[in-house]
Design a protein around this ligand. Structure first.
Ligand SMILES: Nc1nc2c([nH]c(=O)n2[C@@H]2O[C@H](COP(=O)(O)OP(=O)(O)OP(=O)(O)O)[C@@H](O)[C@H]2O)c(=O)[nH]1
Length: 138
């Protein structure tokens, strides 16, 4: 029987400044999808709940504390196994930025973009679907 790899759950955050700008993060060049822009976030660890993982990842990556109760689910996207990596499913949540200082703690670059600006960025394939779903629902 064919062995099916376990899928990986990734959580990501669409952070809005409330004035039409959205935070995007450019991945460091040496990583998978290096140089592409995506929503801050990362992989859910074994036994972790998605919202807990997102709070942890956002603290690790941006140095800010977000509240689980503020996270609104907005979209998901999935892809099959690529280049030996297990399939991933990304859950995208939305939240409002409270203005506390941000920094790109794990390298890369941060930027605020309006929906047209987000659409123009070079992104991983799943983010094209995620951004379409996000901005359709606004
Ligand atoms: N955080 C985040 N990851 C995304 C998005 N879109 C997308 O394809 N991914 C992919 O989902 C995976 C997220 O894992 P991660 O951010 O913890 O990746 P990592 O630093 O551990 O790098 P790795 O893939 O080399 O293990 C990456 O392969 C990343 O490129 C997105 O919008 N946000």
């Amino acid at each position: 029987m064919e062995k099916i790899p376990t899928w990986t759950c990734v959580v990501a955050l669409a952070l809005s400044d409330g004035r039409g700008q959205w935070l995007m993060q450019r991945r460091p060049d040496d990583k998978h999808h290096g140089g592409l822009w995506e929503f801050p976030g990362g992989k859910v660890e074994t036994g972790e709940k998605p919202r807990d993982a997102l709070v942890r990842e956002i603290d690790e990556e941006l140095g800010i504390t977000i509240r689980k109760s503020d996270l609104m689910p907005v979209a998901f996207a999935e892809e099959g196994a690529v280049e030996g990596r297990p399939p991933i499913v990304i859950l995208l949540y939305r939240s409002l930025y409270d203005g506390s200082p941000l920094c790109a703690r794990e390298g890369g670059e941060l930027g605020w973009f309006d929906p047209q600006g987000v659409a123009r960025l070079d992104k991983p394939p799943l983010d094209i679907s995620l951004t379409t779903q996000l901005f359709e629902k606004l």
